[in-house]
Design a protein around this ligand. Structure first.
Ligand SMILES: C[S@@+](CC[C@H](N)C(=O)[O-])C[C@H]1O[C@@H](n2cnc3c(N)ncnc32)[C@H](O)[C@@H]1O
Length: 268
């Protein structure tokens, strides 16, 4: 495994929640609303958000179900703390998907947003999601279409491959992320024994004040894209900045980007 591939996982999320909000977190609330709607979560249910990060999905679930009916887990201590501070009344526990600290059949709905590809053992993680959902309960997730229409990250990695072809290709999330091709999540859900498995794409968007508003989180090292950006020397990072802006075709004025996620839902 290369140095960059080695940071393509959970350890790149041990950063400030504010940086996350400025990075992919910008798309979180809209994606959460779409995933909840797609999964069919309804008032009266008890739900779990697995890999909650700073809490976009847990927040939307708490609005719909009430905080007392929502639990959330994340293996990142800073993210779990941020989620807890933002969502009083929601139970937030530091734990990975692969070892959920709940009895069998605890929840009516178990959701995760942008997490399956970061699990160290996704097969085991999804079996755990199914285990803590009650019989007849819903298990649903989504992941970015890194190889295609997640514009923010696709353009980033295309620019990265332009300025550093070898290392950019080795770290490109469109290549290295598992479970992010069309149909991959449905295969994973079926293999975990879930029934009535269905798949869809969810498209959301985010607004930016200008290119610098988009760029600033990357040099902090957050997420695999930020880790790659932070690993470059100043000259290469400046080249990446310029190549990225050129590929997006944006400047100092406001713009909007769309992002596609692959979604899946199944029944226990
Ligand atoms: C891209 S963020 C998504 C956060 C949040 N769900 C959202 O939509 O904004 C990925 C999250 O997965 C978490 N994560 C990484 N490995 C995990 C695992 N094995 N089990 C559960 N969560 C994990 C990270 O700590 C991080 O919070």
């Amino acid at each position: 495994m290369s140095t960059i591939a080695a940071v393509s996982g959970a350890e790149t999320f041990r950063a400030s929640p504010d940086v996350y909000d400025g990075h992919v977190g910008r798309y979180g609330p809209a994606l959460a609303a779409s995933l909840i709607e797609y999964a069919g979560v309804r008032p009266g249910m008890r739900a779990l958000d697995v890999g909650c990060g700073p809490g976009a999905l847990a927040s939307a679930l708490a609005d719909l179900l009430g905080p007392a009916h929502v639990s959330a887990v994340d293996p990142s201590q800073p993210f779990a703390e941020a989620c807890r501070a933002r969502l009083p009344g929601v139970e937030v526990v530091v734990a990975p998907a692969e070892a959920l600290p709940f009895p069998d059949g605890t929840f009516d709905a178990v959701l995760s947003q942008l997490v399956v590809n970061f699990m160290s053992d996704a097969e085991a993680g999804v079996r755990e999601l199914a285990r803590v959902a009650r019989p007849g309960g819903i298990v649903a997730s989504c992941v970015w279409d890194y190889a295609g229409e997640m514009t923010l990250l696709r353009a980033f990695w295309d620019a990265a491959r332009e300025v550093d072809p070898e290392r950019g290709a080795a770290a490109d999330e469109g290549v290295v992320m598992r479970w992010c091709g069309e149909g991959d999540l449905a295969r994973l859900w079926t293999a975990a024994g879930l029934a009535d498995v269905r798949a869809a794409s969810l498209v959301v968007s985010a607004r930016y004040a200008g290119f610098e508003d988009l760029w600033w989180p990357f040099p902090t090292g957050l997420a695999p894209s930020g880790a790659f950006c932070a690993s470059l020397d100043d000259e290469r990072r400046a080249e990446l900045h310029d190549a990225y802006r050129r590929r997006l075709g944006v400047g100092d004025g406001p713009f909007e980007l769309t992002a596609r996620a692959w979604a899946v839902a199944g029944v226990v």
